[in-house]
Write a protein that binds this ligand. Sequence first.
Ligand SMILES: NC(=O)c1ccc[n+]([C@@H]2O[C@H](COP(=O)([O-])OP(=O)(O)OC[C@H]3O[C@@H](n4cnc5c(N)ncnc54)[C@H](OP(=O)(O)O)[C@@H]3O)[C@@H](O)[C@H]2O)c1
Length: 264
Amino acid sequence: MEINGAKAAVTGASGGLGSAIARALHARGARVVLTCRREAPLAALAAELDGADFIVCDLADRRQATELGDRLVDTDILVANAALPAVGRLEDFTPEELDRALEVNLRVPMLLTQRLLPGMLARRRGHFVYIASIAGKIPTARLSVYSATKHGLRGFSGSLRQDLLGSGVTTSVVFPGSVVDAGMLADAHLPAAPGSKGVTADAVAHAVVKAIEHERAEIVAASRMERIAVRVGGVAPELMARLTQREDAVAYAEQLRDGLRHIR
Ligand SMILES: NC(=O)c1ccc[n+]([C@@H]2O[C@H](COP(=O)([O-])OP(=O)(O)OC[C@H]3O[C@@H](n4cnc5c(N)ncnc54)[C@H](OP(=O)(O)O)[C@@H]3O)[C@@H](O)[C@H]2O)c1
């Protein structure tokens, strides 16, 4: 789909990846609509991107999320990027934290898709991009909740994409590896996964543009090591499970849990 002239909404636009994605879509000629909870970073980014609009919304609040869908009804491209890291052992989540992660990471992307889809189908033009993670391909320790939401996005997108064949509307999933220069890991001063050099937020934004322009079902935007891990995990999940139980991998998972505990 051509991005130039399209109306493109980006959730989580104040975050490291969201702002890079919004800039990349704007550079391709999209009219961007930015959304997240905090007004100041949204207003600053909107001022930087000519013609951009912004909507403050807490996606964990069902009323606000529904209203957001109503306001975005004429959107051509939705990038569902906002998410919580939801890291830790399942038994350490309160039921409210569990609900919030499922809501923001999975239910809201589905809800917004449902709301925006009829308009796109009527116009025979539209693209949904879901930002997952390689945790949506490879399950690893301490990420049961996060990984479930990201696997969920993959299943949702892949299945919906088949239902939409021939309609002019399609879907993509982008699976970032460890992003080292911006976003949740960088903000918490956490390193890339063991053995990975990580990727930049711009590389993920580039993958989003490519997914839309080339109507790709899935793109893994990750380091070479992470891309190999995804391939091996796809054909040999038990081998990959053994590799991700290595001491350094579990120690890294614990580091993520401690470093991102404040975001629930
Ligand atoms: N960074 C990485 O290494 C990495 C790797 C793989 C996948 N990803 C995925 O990439 C996406 C972006 O990650 P990031 O690193 O850019 O994260 P981030 O910097 O923490 O940004 C998260 C964004 O989501 C918004 N958000 C969080 N809770 C919200 C809520 N209840 N309502 C509305 N907006 C909410 C935040 O804005 P407010 O706080 O203002 O609401 C922020 O704009 C996520 O889907 C993440 O899972 C990231």
